[in-house]
Design a protein around this ligand. Sequence first.
Ligand code: NDP
Length: 315
Amino acid sequence: MSTEIEKVKCLIIGSGPAGYTAAIYAARANMNPVLYQGTQPGGQLTTTNEVENFPGYPEGVTGPEMMIQLQSQAQRFDADVRDGWVTRVDFSGDVHKVWVNDTKEIHCETVIISTGASAKYLGLESEQKYLKLGGGVSACAVCDGFFYKGQEVVIVGAGDSACEEAHYLSKLCKKVTMLVRRDKFRASRIMEARVRNTDNIEILLNTQTVEVLGDGQVVTGVRVKHNDTKEEKDIPATGFFAAIGHKPNTDIFKDYLSLDETGYIINEPGTSKTNVAGVFVSGDAADHVYRQAVTAAGTGCMAALDAERYLAAKE
Ligand code: NDP
């Protein structure tokens, strides 16, 4: 176990667009940022095939490629990008303590949390198989819906996200089948009404997903089962969207930071400030509404500027 304590001016936790953008700004402001990449270097975008809605890429770019470019941009200004997973923090004192891989201890003047959120999936073997293959499983209609233009897709979930995404998909796709596991929606009435009033959305209540069907490479349909009749049927589809919620990656901060009831970090409105001075948040860890790469990058910039101003005020 390492006993040497490292002192860092600006520690960034997480390596999605929020973390790398914070690193670019912090590095250019001479804050010598150290960024820990976490368990999924590059964040959620590395599970997306093509990113077509990030400004500045007229031809689109793959998620992993964009993250490599963001990383090199941060490193160009000498951001110290490291492998490692932050497992514990102590934000109770003036110096913010952070442990990496349960061993290395770092004392930080400022911390920028960019740990993101993870989309929830059903966890079916077939779903995970086509997700890994990039063959038609997604948890982000805004990111991937375009690839299913004119096609038939299935979406699972009955919350506001599922309704919003089903409605978004209905404008692109020939048909959207929505699988609702209970006999009612969780979504707000207005969102439910919107999907119910859309002609090319078919809602199957009391229905659960049995299996995502495919040809070994891409999705070809979804096998579903009615909860009461136990009747199974196959729905033809080229895309399967999971919209059953996200989990912000904030567990390690819960003893120190104010979180909302679903675990998102509460920031001071219009800023990246948390309830602990010197600790800032950017990206999906504090955002259950927009959840886009470009908004994450924007808040990464805000966090670095807020951290810089915090340090300047202390000097
Ligand atoms: P929610 O937790 O609100 O809804 C998740 C949905 O997924 C529920 O309908 C749930 O079913 C269903 N679900 C969960 N697990 C499974 C499963 N294994 N199989 C089938 N279905 C499953 O998550 P959301 O992402 O929709 O919303 C999160 C928060 O963000 C909410 O507060 C929401 O209001 C907010 N939001 C607001 C928006 C807006 O205002 N424009 C847009 C998007 C989100 P069940 O109901 O049976 O539990």
